[in-house]
Design a protein around this ligand. Structure first.
Ligand code: UDP
Length: 334
């Protein structure tokens, strides 16, 4: 298939592009590089031996997107492009709603113009909000989030569901990610955010590299076995394979399906810190600090639907996640 990947130079997007190319698909990346580096395209080529087509473009730019669709037939789209920093979204809600909703609406309009009917959307476990018990199941209401970022995911899921109601021949797969971490086995691709990282693993990696002094663990008094929050961390390479499976599913189905991509296991922040120390043979300086606003104490996936519907399950271990994250961090800090 000819697959358009919006946000394909980003962390999850780039790993997914590698999987797509290795599976024999042709890839067209649209990325405005607002939170990604152009070198990623060359690294994808080093890994796969194939160079994806690349357009530096904001996918809310309709004329630009049209010309991409005019240039190449697009059989399916995987839509990653979007702002993703939870804390920033609280401070800049209008930017988040404008960017994430506009780009999706524009993309859908252009897909409709060109008769493209297959979409895999990058959603998030945040759509389950604070009201559901864990593990989260797709049958639970996923209609309330805890940040403007999360609300854009809820709203886009709603938009796609309504769109499929109006266009029953369309297929949209809503992939609800849990906590992707780790990096490509080559050490060439990984999570390398601009500025001080907000997410746990890139922060740990920068502490390990000596670029940050110590990790602050946000809260040690949660009602969990060691007092720190529990999350379902999954390897980004597993997540990338999940997109390939979702694309294959979309190729032969219509309708809308939400699918969790997680391992089904929760690990605490402290558990991940110790796993990183063990995997990489080092001690990480850390302290327990106050809770971070908006954090839920614990959640993880019921991952059974992904297995039944897509034939997908996570295969990498926490050790793999920690070792690959460190390998990438060493490369990125050079
Ligand atoms: N966390 C932390 N220190 C940090 C960053 C994150 O203790 O510097 C914790 C955070 O409170 C949460 C977990 O790590 O319990 C995962 O946070 P992250 O931002 O990576 O993902 P989230 O689950 O919030 O999407």
């Amino acid at each position: 298939m000819n697959v358009l990947v919006t946000g394909g130079a980003g962390y999850i997007g780039s790993h997914t592009v590698v999987e797509l190319l290795e599976a024999g698909h042709q890839v067209i990346i649209v990325d405005d590089l607002s939170n990604a580096k152009v070198e990623v395209i060359g690294r994808i080529e080093r890994i796969t031996g194939k160079r994806p087509a690349f357009h530096q473009l904001d996918c809310g730019h309709k004329a630009g997107l049209r010309s991409v669709f005019q240039g190449d037939r697009v059989d399916a789209v995987i839509h990653f492009a979007g702002f993703k920093a939870v804390g920033e979204s609280v401070k800049k809600p209008l930017q988040y709603y404008r960017n994430n909703l506009d780009s999706t609406l524009t993309l859908l309009e252009v897909m409709e113009e060109f008769g493209c009917k297959k979409l895999v959307f990058s959603s998030s476990a945040t759509v389950y909000g604070p009201d559901n018990a864990h593990p989260y199941k797709e049958s639970m209401p996923a209609i309330r989030s805890t940040s403007p970022y999360g609300w854009t995911k809820v709203m886009i899921e709603r938009i796609l569901t309504d769109y499929v109601t109006a266009h029953p021949e369309f297929c949209a797969v809503l992939l609800r990610y849990f906590n992707p971490i780790g990096a490509h086995d080559s050490g060439l691709l990984g999570d390398d955010p601009n500025g001080i990282p907000n997410n746990l693993m890139p922060y740990i990696a920068r502490v390990a590299a000596g670029q940050l002094e110590k990790l602050t663990i946000f809260g040690g008094d949660y009602p969990t076995p060691d007092g720190t929050c529990l999350r379902d961390y999954l390897h980004v390479e597993d997540l990338a394979v999940g997109h390939l499976k979702a694309l294959e599913y979309a190729g032969t189905h219509s309708g809308v399906e939400a699918v969790n991509l997680g391992t089904g296991n929760g690990i605490s922040v402290l558990g991940l810190v110790h796993a990183f120390e063990k995997a990489n043979g080092m001690a990480l300086p850390y302290e327990i600090g106050p809770r971070r606003d908006g954090d839920l104490p614990a959640f993880w996936a019921d991952a059974s639907k992904a297995k039944e519907l897509l034939g997908w399950e996570a295969v990498h271990t926490v050790d793999d996640m920690c070792r690959s994250a460190w390998k990438f961090a060493q490369m990125a800090s050079k």
